[in-house]
Write a protein that binds this ligand. Structure first.
Ligand SMILES: [Zn+2]
Ligand SMILES: [Zn+2]
Length: 66
């Protein structure tokens, strides 16, 4: 059986990526577009980076004891 170059597993059928010529199984790329996941990009889930800017936290700094 051929081996998928993406997951390294034996596959019933592998397809050639049109971009990088990697052999990938149907699990590891888009067989209609003939693109492996490396070329498609794995980011099906986008990582959300939320940088919440508190806008200066100096309200608690001038808390001088008397
Ligand atoms: Zn695979
Ligand atoms: Zn590729």
């Amino acid at each position: 059986m051929p081996i998928c170059e993406i997951c390294g597993m034996e596959a019933v059928e592998v397809f050639d990526c049109s971009r990088c010529n990697a052999k990938f199984c149907k699990e590891c790329g888009n067989i209609k577009d003939k693109l492996c996941y490396d070329c498609l990009g794995w980011n099906s889930e986008q990582l959300e980076v939320d940088w919440e800017d508190e806008g200066g936290a100096d309200s608690w700094v001038d808390d001088e004891p008397h």
